[in-house]
Design a protein around this ligand. Structure first.
Ligand code: UDP
Length: 320
């Protein structure tokens, strides 16, 4: 029996592949390599786009798949604002193809990588899973549409899913063997680290007129290894008979863009010059999770909660 990890060559996916393998699970990876890295995967691997249903179904026919972890989606807020067609086609239609193949092959359990962007502007300090979902960008809209599609497929075809709404994934494997490598890079922490790494002169701060203490956006940064462990717990929860559900994954503590830059200065010992620029369209001011439900129901315990540790791990990967 194997677990199919779709998007397993990507940043979070490759950490999940490593974690599942370390815990003794047989893993098969599918990835289109549109953003992933082949060298990040050392288990059976198929390069394909899940919108190619026939090719995807072949993988199910070649392996005894009994659960799926789905990471493969476009995930950049800014790009989604100008390329909504691409986001709907890849994310929403991709999910439709995956669910269709799972249904035909009788595979019941799906763990899905969702996002805090499904909420939009929060109505309280720590976002709860039942809070309103009013995305402020097409990326969040597509992930919400994917969640809803899973709900209706699950009901009609006797499937089950767990949707994990991550806040801001960050950090790297503590030994520096896996980490974040987007090209082009758009995420705050790796961009900040490009300055001490000598790859850029300064970091841009996208807006300092938000309604926060220092005027910059606040996010909840969660270590990628803590995300990986949550996926296995979610799958085990379904395997033990748990019902379909949605969980937030974050540390419950927000840091502003300026605080992230300041922490990176401390970790790297580099002055990291910063300049304030215009707001990036689609960004909510504050996104911080309550993850009490995941801790309570899944038994999840984040182990790398400290921002300095998260940035230090990312920096170690960068230096490798
Ligand atoms: N950000 C920034 N400068 C950058 C990249 C990001 O000020 O060069 C801000 C961005 O506007 C957001 C926060 O950092 O408020 C986190 O952005 P990121 O793209 O890392 O993750 P997101 O929250 O979009 O998932």
């Amino acid at each position: 029996m194997a677990i199919l990890i779709i998007g397993g060559a990507g940043y979070i996916g490759s950490h999940a592949v490593r974690y599942f393998s370390d815990k003794g699970r047989d893993v098969v990876v599918v990835d289109s390599l549109s953003t992933g890295h082949r060298e990040a995967v050392d288990v059976p691997f198929y390069q394909l786009d899940i919108r190619d249903e026939k090719a995807l179904e072949e993988v199910f026919l070649s392996h005894d798949i009994d659960g799926v972890i789905h990471f493969a989606a476009n995930s950049l807020v800014g790009v989604s604002m100008v390329e909504p067609y691409e986001y709907y086609h890849n994310n929403v239609y991709g999910m439709m193809c995956l669910l269709n193949v799972m249904r035909r092959q009788g595979v019941k359990n799906l763990v899905f990588s969702s996002t805090a962007a499904t909420y939009g502007e929060p109505i309280r300090e720590l976002i709860l899973e039942d809070d309103p979902t009013e995305p402020t960008n097409p990326y969040g809209e597509t992930k919400l549409a994917m969640e809803k599609m899973m709900k209706w497929f699950a009901r009609a075809y006797n499937m089950k899913y767990i949707s994990l709404r991550y806040f801001n994934a960050a950090g790297a494997q503590p030994d520096g063997s896996l980490g974040e490598m987007h090209n082009p890079e758009t995420h705050l922490i790796p961009l900040v680290l490009q300055v001490p790494a000598g790859q850029r002169d300064k970091i841009s701060i996208f807006g300092d007129d938000y309604p926060t203490a220092d005027g910059t956006c606040i996010r909840d940064y969660i270590h990628v290894c803590d995300l990986a462990s949550a996926h296995l717990l979610a799958l085990e929860y379904l395997e033990k008979g748990g019902e379909s559900d949605v969980f937030n994954l974050g540390n419950g503590k927000g840091y502003s863009v300026k605080e992230v830059i300041e922490t990176a200065r401390k970790v790297t010992g580099h002055p990291i010059p910063a300049v304030v620029e215009a707001r990036r369209p689609g960004d909510p001011a504050i996104l911080v999770a309550s993850s009490d439900k995941a801790k309570r129901e899944l038994g999840w315990k984040p182990e790398h909660e400290n921002l300095e540790e998260i940035i230090s791990d990312a920096w170690r990967f960068y230096n490798k």
